[in-house]
Design a protein around this ligand. Sequence first.
Ligand code: XIL
Length: 350
Amino acid sequence: MGAVLALGGCSDPAKSQDPPIPPGPAPELRQIAPFPVGVAISTLDIADPQLAALIARQFSQLTPNWQMKMEIVLREDGGFDFAKADEIAAFARANRQRLFGHNLIWHLETPIAFQRLEGGGRDAFVNAYRNYITAVVSRYRGQAVGWDVVNEPVAEDGNGLRDSLWSRNLGLEDYMLLAFQFARAADPNAVLLVNEYNLETNPQKLDTFLRLIERLLNRGAPITGLGNQSHISIDTPPGASTRAIQALARFGLPIHISELDVSMGRRRLDLRSPAQKEALQRQRMVEVAEAFVALPPAQRFGFTFWGVRDRDSWLQRPPNGDGTDHPLPFDDELRPKPAFYAIADVFRRA
Ligand code: XIL
């Protein structure tokens, strides 16, 4: 019912204004929600006392937004550097938050230590691949509740799978199967996910993704969760997020809303007022929240925002933006935005 109301709000000008902000202290999402509420953070965020306090108060799960990626963890000489990832892991322990591992294998991460092995035979490449995944997963075994084992495997246009260092050296789909097998061997308990984006707006990409998951599961890949990044915008068509989440949920696996942000749009000429755009942002976030809480409890892995406050968003920096977007739940003064209150209401009813 709530989703229907939210959708109706788009065409009804009377509902396109945000409701007044309730008086009193902001609700605390981690207390309200009967599932983990996550946020992506960096080591800079937890070095800022005010931001660190808010992260501890509001969220029950942390994703390092960068500190567990290969470019940080794997040195050129093949050695490991876990200093930054460890800082976030320690913060999570201190604040009784779950740690979420992001990510193991990603087309955008092409470290020298692996490039050097190209052309040197499959065995050497597989061994280094196994060593990497084993080292990273083992280090956080018992703490990391899950891993994005493979990030963004589908081609940008949705036709087929991505070509990458990994697919070229290990096989278009075999690199994924191997990554899941190695991750599972290193941690028998972690939830192991494939994470993807633009599934709301590109039906071909959603279809390719669903077929890929089906094939990998049929081949025995220990995939035990699916991540829907949910980098959407106020121009994402109403209903699109709901359809994508419902399609993913048909496998019966836990679903992670893994990187939610709602861009204020990229139109060159945009006559909508800031208030109208903020209302659309609230509606789009509410739609994702409602689709998520509608899942059976066992399928609610977590609901994660890709950052805390607007000015720190990756959409604010080139090549993604110029500092004028406002995609996150808190404004630059760390005040909760209308979308935050609306999401808290959805979580309260869950
Ligand atoms: C982004 C981070 O937010 C940036 O700080 C970093 O420079 C690049 O990566 N999909 C993902 C995330 O899976 O890892 C990306 O995060 C955003 C898109």
